[in-house]
Design a protein around this ligand. Structure first.
Ligand SMILES: [Zn+2]
Length: 205
């Protein structure tokens, strides 16, 4: 039996590197570091990996899912922020969030994979952020699986343009000073990568 192929997408690109963290580092660099750790963990588990966007040159979102063609799962790696007016209180917000689109052609599989990833992150000691489902503090993204931190984000480009199941991972809130420090710690990053890889493994088998 052929090994499963996972497309690991590094969110954002050099010209638009995403959120700037509390310590002034662009999100793209956090995404790339975690994506490479995830690749290593998945390969350890005998899964095949195709990296997308790791050179920082993917400006057009649907090219990411197009170039993932043939993969069994698309996992997009990001780090989170909060709404601009909440930035002065950013240290209140922490934790991971997972997003799926109901317009993905394999929405049930997307949900199953997101739930497994969230469950494994929780086992590893990480906590869902929750604020994306709160209309006051975040964008109103209702829960698809509240316990495991999975939200509906229907117009999510890498969710709805993917032919395969697709999950977007916000690993942590890097505008929070403490969480920024954690996300920069190679040991924390390795634990996140390992947990995400275990979730992927569970949902694909
Ligand atoms: Zn992002």
């Amino acid at each position: 039996m052929a090994a499963f192929l996972v497309a690991v997408d590094v969110g954002h690109y050099a010209a638009e590197p995403g959120v700037i963290s509390a310590s002034g580092r662009p999100e793209f660099e956090y995404n790339r570091d975690l994506a490479f750790d995830l690749k290593k963990e998945l390969e350890k588990n005998k899964l095949q990996v195709r990296m997308i966007g790791e050179r920082g040159d993917y400006a057009v979102l649907h090219h990411r899912t197009r170039d993932a063609q043939g993969a069994d799962l698309f996992v997009s790696i990001h780090h989170d922020s909060v709404k601009e007016e909440l930035l002065p209180q950013a240290d209140r917000f922490a934790g991971f969030s997972l997003f799926i689109s109901k317009f993905n052609p394999q929405v049930e599989k997307s949900l199953a994979c997101a739930s497994w990833i969230g469950a494994k992150l929780r086992v590893a000691g990480f906590t869902p952020s929750r604020y994306h489902a709160d209309p006051v503090t975040g964008a109103p993204r209702p829960f698809a699986d509240e316990a495991n931190g999975v939200h509906w984000y229907d117009n999510l480009a890498v969710g709805r343009t993917a032919a395969m199941p697709s999950v977007l991972v916000e690993a942590g809130v890097i505008v929070n000073r403490e969480e920024d420090k954690r996300m920069r710690d190679p040991q924390v990053r390795a634990r996140i990568a390992s947990a995400v890889a275990q979730g992927v493994q569970e949902c694909l088998r």
